[in-house]
Each structure stands twice: as structure tokens, then as C-alpha cells.
Write a protein that binds this ligand. Structure first.
Ligand code: SAM
Length: 359
């Protein structure tokens, strides 16, 4: 017979196994900061040029050898680099994921961990007393981190892989359309599209002045006369003229009033106007996210940023894992027609929702 005392005593092997798992989690968190350092200091790019001693690598990157050697210790024991015969090597497959201008370079993402880690005291306070941290709590770095995260995938994927998912969209943009990007951040999507589709006009809207300044500077540097940026609260999105196509890229789930944002976008579109929403790849029910390797990351950035910025404004607090089912329902409630949902090619963390204002 099993007594309750027996069942309360955890199996020692299970405790040991879980402790090992836990330490792996802590180690991954620490290594993420070391990866961020490697990206910031140019060490990965320097290491990708070939095997080197710590002194050679430090010289290549223009850094202090002692720091570089300690960092290399973490890289080697953390399975990111190898060490043989006094030389450190970044294997080609690892260099592909940590260097270069392409969307496969995951190094910029590491900056999210230290950025979000800065506000743990304040988030803990919100756990106790409610409310949240406003966007300002993440300034000025959030804008740059998001830009670095999304710039490369947008460069590679937006025109060639994402637009073709929406039937007729490329042709519509080529023919000439009025296009809006709500919550445009540093505006890189509008700049890319402005260059690719000179017959269309593009306006990016955001509430963050620093992001808009960056966006305007980039459009000006590219000499684009068909791309502009305006400060606007997405919850009160009322463009002077109706738009033919609207985008919202990772910009709906952290809104204070996401239902009002979706309604505003719907109302701003001409009948038959297209709406393309890029958002996190999750299901609404937790049970459906179990086993999704990206789900712990999504819930984490949600708790530490996306959900809390919404709750700070007394908002819905949807969070990054609001999920496909709720997103589709809210699009319908905002008045949109049928919604097509597809995994975003090249971006496992995102789904692409395509819908339109019924004609
Ligand atoms: C997660 S970022 C995404 C930015 C950009 N779309 C991208 O993909 O890099 C969300 C953006 O929404 C903007 N935002 C948040 N609340 C807003 C509001 N009420 N009105 C307009 N923009 C808002 C933020 O300033 C931020 O630039």
C-alpha cells in the first residue's frame, strides 16, 4: 500500500535530472549574454575568418586578449566554438547562424535577453500590484534591438517570400497602391517596399519618435520620395485618405487596445483592401503550445515586454502568445473577411495572416 508520505517524497533520480535540466537553462541564459557580447564586439565575424589563437583573435577584432580568452572559454565549453592545438575555430555551420548580413544570422536576437533582464524588479512589482511597464521603460534600446532583429529577415523575405503568399498583392503594389504600415518601428519594411514598388506610396505610422526619426533618415538616405512616416497612435488610426493595403508587423499583440487597432485598420481600408498581419507563431491555448520549442521564448518576451507594455496602459494584455485562434476571431470581430494563415517562410517565430475588408 502506498501512503501519502511515500508519494510526497520525490524520486531522487528525478530531482537530479531536473536539477541538471535547470542548470542547463541557467547556462543557456548566461551563454545568450556571451553571444550578445560576441556580436557587439565583432568577435564572431573575426572568428569566421579562420582558426586563431586568443591573441590573434583579439588582434583581429581590436580587443583585449584577456577578455577574449575568457569569452572563448565559454564559447568552447558551450558548444559554439572548438579548440584544438591552441587555436579556436568557429565551425562553418555555426558561423552561418552567427555572422553575416542574412536572415540566418541569429546573433542579433541575443540582445533581447539582457534588454528585458534590465526591468526584472519593476516587472516583479507588477506581478504583486498589477499594471505594467510602459514602452518608455525599454527606451532607448528597444527600438534598435527590434530593428536589428527584423531588418535582415525583411530584406531577404518580405518581397520574395512573404508578399507572394497573398494572391494578387505583388501585382497590386506594382500597379500603384496606397500602403500603410501600422506600428512600423524603424520603417524598414516601408523602405524596402518603396524601393521595390515605385508606383505605390507608403506611409509608416508609429508612436515612438526615435523609431520614426530612424525611419525618416533611412528613407531620405535612399532618396525615396514615395515613402513617409507619421506619428500616430494606432488605436486612433484615421489616415487622411483610405488605404489599399495595410501591414502590421509584430505590432498588434502588444497594443493597449488591439481591438480598436484592428477596427481602425479595417475602417481605413478601401472595400477589397488587403490587410497583412505578421505576428508570433503560437496557439491561443497553452495545451497546444506544449512541445512548441519556440513557446518558452514567446511567453518569456511576452511577460517581460509585450504583455506588460499593454497592461501598463490599462490595456488588454493579450501578450505575444495570444495565438492564431484568438487572432482570427478578433480579425473577424473587426469586420475583416476570411483570414488565411500561413507560417512565415524563413521565420519560424512568425505567422502571416492575410485578409481583406469585404467589398
Ligand atoms: C514590436 S515593435 C515592431 C516594430 C516593427 N513593425 C518591426 O517589425 O520591427 C512594435 C511597434 O509598435 C509601436 N507601438 C506601440 N504602441 C503603439 C501605438 N499605440 N501606436 C502606434 N505605434 C505603437 C512601437 O513603438 C513599436 O515600434
Amino acid at each position: 500500500m502506498t501512503t501519502s508520505a511515500d508519494t510526497d517524497v520525490p524520486d531522487r533520480r528525478a530531482v537530479r535530472e531536473f536539477a541538471r535540466h535547470l542548470f542547463g537553462v541557467y547556462t543557456a541564459g548566461g551563454l545568450t549574454m556571451m553571444i550578445d557580447l560576441g556580436h557587439r564586439t565583432g568577435l564572431f565575424e573575426a572568428a569566421a575568418r579562420g582558426p586563431a589563437t586568443s591573441a590573434e583573435l583579439a588582434e583581429r577584432a581590436g580587443l583585449q586578449e584577456r577578455y577574449v580568452r575568457e569569452w572563448l572559454g565559454a564559447m568552447v565549453t558551450g558548444g559554439i566554438m572548438t579548440f584544438d592545438d591552441g587555436r579556436y575555430t568557429l565551425p562553418a555551420a555555426h558561423a552561418a547562424a552567427l555572422t553575416g548580413p542574412g536572415s540566418k544570422n541569429m546573433a542579433p536576437m541575443a540582445a533581447m535577453v539582457p534588454l528585458l533582464g534590465r526591468n526584472l524588479d519593476a516587472v516583479a512589482e507588477a506581478f504583486r500590484n498589477g499594471g505594467g511597464l510602459p514602452y518608455d521603460a525599454f527606451a532607448p534600446d528597444f527600438t534598435g534591438v527590434m530593428d536589428q532583429l527584423n531588418r535582415r529577415p525583411l530584406d531577404e523575405l518580405l518581397v520574395d517570400a512573404w508578399l507572394p503568399l497573398v494572391p494578387g498583392l505583388t501585382e497590386r503594389l506594382a500597379a500603384g497602391a496606397r500602403v500603410a504600415d501600422v506600428g512600423c518601428g524603424t520603417g524598414h519594411a516601408m523602405v524596402i517596399l518603396g524601393k521595390a514598388f515605385p508606383a505605390s506610396t507608403f506611409t509608416g505610422y508609429d508612436i515612438a519618435e526615435d523609431a520614426l526619426a530612424h525611419a525618416r533618415a533611412e528613407a531620405a538616405a535612399e532618396g525615396l520620395t514615395n515613402v513617409r512616416f507619421e506619428r500616430a497612435d494606432a488605436a486612433a488610426f484615421r489616415p487622411a485618405e483610405p488605404v489599399d493595403v495595410a501591414f502590421a508587423i509584430d505590432a498588434v499583440h502588444d497594443q493597449v487596445d488591439p481591438a480598436a487597432v484592428l477596427r481602425g485598420i479595417h475602417d481605413a481600408l478601401v472595400p477589397g483592401g488587403r490587410f497583412v498581419m505578421v505576428d508570433m507563431a503560437a496557439a491561443t491555448d497553452l495545451a497546444d503550445n506544449v512541445g512548441n520549442p519556440f513557446a518558452p521564448w514567446i511567453y518569456t518576451i511576452s511577460t517581460l515586454h509585450c504583455m506588460t507594455v499593454s497592461l501598463a496602459g490599462g490595456g488588454a494584455g493579450l501578450g505575444a502568445a495570444w495565438g492564431k485562434e484568438l487572432a482570427v476571431r478578433m480579425l473577424g470581430e473587426a469586420g475583416f473577411g476570411e483570414v488565411a494563415v500561413a507560417p512565415a517562410p524563413g521565420q519560424a517565430l512568425n505567422l502571416i495572416y492575410a485578409t481583406e475588408r469585404p467589398g
